[in-house]
Design a protein around this ligand. Sequence first.
Ligand SMILES: NC(=O)c1ccc[n+]([C@@H]2O[C@H](COP(=O)([O-])OP(=O)(O)OC[C@H]3O[C@@H](n4cnc5c(N)ncnc54)[C@H](OP(=O)(O)O)[C@@H]3O)[C@@H](O)[C@H]2O)c1
Length: 270
Amino acid sequence: MEYRGTTALVTGASGGIGAALAEQLAARGAHLVLVARSTERLTALAEQLRAEHGVRTEVVSTDLTAPGAAEALRTELDRRGVRIDLLVNNAGMASAGRFAEIPASRTRTELALDVCALVDLTHAFLPDMVRRGSGGVLNVASTAAFQPAPYMAVYAAAKSFVLSFSRALWAEYRSAGIRVTVVCPGPVRTGFAVRLGTPQPEIGQLRTPAQVARAALDGYRRGRHTVVPGAANGLMQGIRFLPTRLVLAIGRRTLGRVLGTAHSPELTPA
Ligand SMILES: NC(=O)c1ccc[n+]([C@@H]2O[C@H](COP(=O)([O-])OP(=O)(O)OC[C@H]3O[C@@H](n4cnc5c(N)ncnc54)[C@H](OP(=O)(O)O)[C@@H]3O)[C@@H](O)[C@H]2O)c1
């Protein structure tokens, strides 16, 4: 499978891992649709990628947590005559601290972005790919997907959903010419921790957005169902074979040190 000449839609492309994915897709010759809320950042990246790699770029600024956002995005791309070959569900957020102290509105927004928008976007773009017998979906989960995370309970549960959902789709569609890959990064140096309202929870092997993007795109190209960037982060998958009480005790101790007294703030618009 080659990226050249295909069109990839990347959510959360205005920074961090999403911007790195967009840059590396453009370098491999893919045309791009860049999606997030920050119009200026998306427009600047689109211009840069067009100039550096000669690919076509489209920008759609939207809040993916808004009801009907995925369908509206699909309608807008139909209007522009853009067909999507690769859907990259990267936009995501987390909250940290004791569950009862996190504002319910923040939790709802987190689930709307990390779970509902990802499923809605897959509904919006996968059926056409299946009809054509080509294309695919690259979802961004986390190493938090492999076990519960005390003090990030909703985030880890949401990413477990993404992991399970993606692997099931990989199995459903692999004989139909469709690829589905889920990438599970450990800690990555981006603006993520700032939005979380905590120090970077550096549990696992720290990677750059470029390293994560390269591993994800290589894995997708090879038809892998799961990619864990960084050998040490890959080993963390083994934690699920330990007794559950031990897994929870380790999580409570390690995450509690960084996140136990955190209070992720109410969200302010981007
Ligand atoms: N950084 C890490 O340590 C780490 C580790 C494992 C997994 N991940 C996962 O990797 C993905 C990318 O994270 P990152 O570290 O690159 O985070 P980031 O730097 O905070 O970037 C998040 C991206 O999502 C977009 N976004 C946020 N809310 C949105 C909304 N309501 N509608 C549309 N777009 C929205 C942001 O753009 P706007 O603000 O412009 O909308 C931004 O482009 C996430 O799914 C995250 O869970 C991150």
